[in-house]
Design a protein around this ligand. Structure first.
Ligand SMILES: Nc1ncnc2c1ncn2[C@@H]1O[C@H](COP(=O)(O)OP(=O)(O)OP(=O)(O)O)[C@@H](O)[C@H]1O
Ligand SMILES: Cc1ncsc1CCO
Ligand SMILES: [Mg+2]
Length: 268
């Protein structure tokens, strides 16, 4: 359904063109996602100043909005950025961190959805929360962590992607990516990745980088999630625990080659 060749091409293009990725992201992961973007070959810029949002979007290849540590001030910046990206056709990815946990997160996520994100990347609980008609529901989420498996929301996500004309990327033990017509699964990664904060946020940032070089958003999101999952899988072989895993992932992203993607990818 997706050719491995298109993922290899996307990585090569990313490495050859160094896309500038503007990130409005959370305080927990900001340093690590900037490092992950640099490691894979993109150029990160982190800013939530409304004074410069539109100027930065105009020079960037893509935009990442992650609501992880939202405040009323940063929500304004996110709205401003999403609106400008939508109006100017700049590809952008939304990470609705903890969307199911509180009303503030749910309302903010749904507000941002109105600005037509190219990709929405979340865990299963976040995807169910943002695209369903329910309120915040603590049976599906423990804070920012999902209590649902990705397969639980696969069919729901496919329909939501079709209705909203977007790509939905759900991370977990098996990643699922759908544009409403196509649906792919990635079976790479390692369970220890869930013990490092912001692994999913890194998947979102990498998807942002690929959106800067790949017009097919399903391929861009698949490349982003596959790059992280394979880097995590390789990194886990020499990690003693989450600390070394986090560092090793940066090294594996730096060393990632198109051939490595093709060799390790478990895509169905
Ligand atoms: N049990 C697992 N087995 C294999 N890989 C996993 C597992 N759990 C997580 N991963 C890997 O980690 C990636 C991120 O998934 P995770 O479920 O931690 O996202 P998340 O909860 O949204 O992250 P965060 O909120 O910490 O940013 C997945 O795409 C996958 O590659
Ligand atoms: C732990 C945590 N809290 C808010 S954002 C974040 C990073 C992972 O989503
Ligand atoms: Mg997690």
């Amino acid at each position: 359904m997706i050719q491995t060749e298109s993922l290899k091409d996307s990585l090569l293009r990313l490495q050859n063109t160094t896309p500038l990725v503007l990130n409005i992201t959370n305080a927990v992961v900001m340093n690590n996602t900037a490092n992950a973007l640099l490691a894979i070959g993109a150029s990160p810029l982190m800013s939530d100043a409304t004074e410069e949002t539109s100027t930065l979007i105009d020079i960037a290849s893509s935009l990442v909005i992650n609501i992880g540590t939202l405040t009323s001030r940063t929500v304004m910046a996110m709205k401003c950025a999403a609106s400008h990206a939508c109006q100017t056709g700049r590809p952008w990815v939304l990470d609705p961190v903890g969307a199911g946990a509180t009303r503030f997160r749910l309302d903010t996520s749904r507000l941002l959805l109105e600005y037509k994100p190219t990709v929405v990347r979340g865990n299963a609980a976040e995807i169910q929360a943002i695209f369903s008609s329910q309120g915040a529901n603590d049976n599906t989420t423990r804070g920012v962590d999902s209590l649902l498996a990705t397969e639980d929301v696969a069919d729901f996500a496919k329909e939501a992607a079709r209705q909203h004309n977007t790509v939905i990327a759900i991370t977990g033990a098996t990643d699922i990516i759908t544009d409403g017509e196509r649906l792919v699964r990635i079976d790479n990664g390692h369970p220890m990745m869930a013990r490092v904060t912001g692994t999913g946020c890194t998947a979102t940032a990498l998807t942002g980088a690929y959106l800067g070089v790949q017009d097919d958003a399903l391929i861009a999101a698949t490349a982003g999630l596959a790059s992280l999952a394979i880097a995590g899988e390789l990194a886990s072989t020499s990690a003693r625990g989450p600390g070394t895993l986090q560092l090793n992932i940066l090294d594996e992203l730096y060393n990632l080659k198109p051939e490595t993607l093709a060799r390790y990818l478990k895509l169905t």
